[in-house]
Design a protein around this ligand. Structure first.
Ligand SMILES: Nc1nc2c(c(=O)[nH]1)N[C@H]1C(S)=C(S)[C@@H](COP(=O)(O)O)O[C@H]1N2
Ligand SMILES: [Mo]
Length: 448
């Protein structure tokens, strides 16, 4: 047989019907599968994934990935990060809200995502696997869609469960994955939205004839007896989502609600007292030695060509200010507002600013007319040597906010070693990761 004869025989086999198994019509027998069920889950995901994508991009912007290649070094994000903007400091609970929504919603949508995938399983085995070039491209885009969704949900959930097992940085993987996923998602929505809207309008009782255009390959030609109604199935998935909400949302609210977050890794009791609120990494767990933060501790402050070295007592002798601010972690947990007190970052910048302390035209937007106002972004370094954490960078607008402190006290007490004694940064509106603990050096000036 010549080559073209072989191809013809292959085509004959395809036309003569699918092999035995899941590709056969009638293999999938659930009577509730159909355009209505798929459309309901699909429309919920349309709203949910859109919110996830937007809050995810916001989280990335909040992380200040443009600063000094300190906060993040995702290569190529310059192009995908076209939208990056200076993260504001007001409202001070901004990141607490956006990241709480991102993480809680991501967890709550898991049952909906699984139900949606279940509802379209017969299409995975569609026969013939590829009907035309267009069909082939469509199936390839579905691979990116389903693969992208699986990847984003899996990496996100592993991250909030503190399982950093993926190769490379979470930020890099989750960020690139999000763009691949959202690309496939937009294409999918563009093709399917009209059909989904029609199916939902037709109602849960309407079931198009199997094999018809409107059935979209979802309706079984040999349905089994129903054990649940379509609406019942949606309600069941909704209950699952609600249950997940009930056991995770508490960690984003903080305070006494944190105990309800039994599925969250950060639900342990942080103990009583002024320092009794959530700790990310304890001093012991990242190898902070008592000698690092004992009497020999010094704070080095550097600015345009000048620097100052302060003892703990000298830091305490500077004007102390208060700010009630939460800590809101990228992992989705947050504390309620805590009352921090310490030295304003802008006052520390003024110590080493171009004009020196109190000089006209020193740091502050109200410099003498015509004088360029220096950028007071800051690189914050910790005494920490263990773990992956070294430093963090803050933007000019964050340093200038009067609530941005190098805190030495919280809720009226000296900082505990686990919360960053002798001094830690606290900034309004920013992700927790920028609130560097056990600070030993501040370098003010142009960063990017
Ligand atoms: N030096 C240092 N600072 C750090 C961290 C760290 O691991 N090391 N963790 C950061 C993260 S991710 C968060 S969410 C906050 C948590 O602060 P807390 O432990 O006082 O609640 O500290 C930040 N500062
Ligand atoms: Mo964090």
């Amino acid at each position: 047989m010549d080559a073209s004869g072989g191809r013809r025989a292959g085509r004959e086999r395809l036309r003569s019907g699918p092999p035995p198994g899941p590709a056969r019509p009638g293999f999938w027998r659930s009577p509730i599968r159909g355009p209505w069920l798929t459309a309901v889950f699909g429309l919920i995901l349309l709203v949910g994934v859109t919110v996830l994508f937007v809050t995810g991009l916001l989280s990335y912007a909040a992380y200040n990935p443009d600063l000094a290649a300190v906060n993040d070094q995702t290569p190529g994000k310059g192009w995908l990060g076209f939208y990056l903007f200076p993260w504001p400091t007001s409202p001070y609970w901004l990141y607490r809200l956006t990241q709480g929504v991102h993480v809680v919603l991501g967890i709550v949508l898991v049952p909906v995502l699984l139900a949606k995938l279940w509802s379209v399983i017969p299409k995975l085995f569609a026969w013939p696997p590829v009907r035309s070039v267009a069909h082939g491209i469509e199936r390839l885009s579905l691979l990116l869609l389903v693969g992208g969704a699986g990847f984003e949900f899996a990496t996100g959930i592993l991250n909030v469960q503190l399982h950093y097992i993926f190769p490379g940085s979470f930020y890099t993987l989750h960020f690139y994955g999000a763009w691949v996923f959202i690309g496939a998602f937009v294409v999918h929505v563009a093709f399917r939205l009209p059909r989904a809207v029609r199916a939902v309008r037709a109602g849960s009782a309407a079931q198009p004839a199997p094999g018809s255009e409107e059935a979209a390959g979802l309706v079984s030609p040999r349905p089994a007896q129903p054990t649940i109604s379509r609406r019942g199935a949606v309600a069941l998935v909704g209950l699952g989502a609600l249950a997940l909400f009930a056991v995770t949302a508490g960690q984003s609210v903080g305070g006494r609600w944190r105990r309800t977050a039994v599925l969250a890794p950060h639900n342990a009791d942080p103990g009583p007292g002024p320092n009794g609120f959530q700790i990310n990494k304890t001093a012991g767990s990242v190898g902070i030695r008592p000698s690092d933060i004992g009497p020999a501790w010094r704070l080095t402050v550097r600015g345009a060509g000048r620097h100052a070295v302060l003892t703990y007592e000298e830091l305490l002798a500077m004007p102390q200010h208060e700010a009630a601010l939460p800590i809101a972690c990228v992992e989705g947990w947050s504390t309620t507002d805590q009352l921090w007190s310490g030295v304003r970052l802008i006052d520390l910048a003024a110590l080493v600013g171009p004009g020196g302390p109190g000089a006209p035209g020193g740091p502050g937007r109200t410099g003498a007319a015509g004088r360029a106002v220096p950028d007071v972004g800051v690189l914050v370094e910790s005494v920490q040597r263990g773990g992956s954490f070294r430093s963090g960078a803050l933007r000019d607008n964050q340093v200038r906010d009067h609530r941005a402190l190098l805190a030495v006290r919280v809720n009226g007490a000296v900082l505990s070693p686990d919360h960053g004694y002798p001094a830690r940064v606290i900034v309004p509106g920013a992700p927790g990761v920028l609130n560097t603990k056990w600070v030993t050096r501040l370098t003010f000036g142009e960063l990017a």
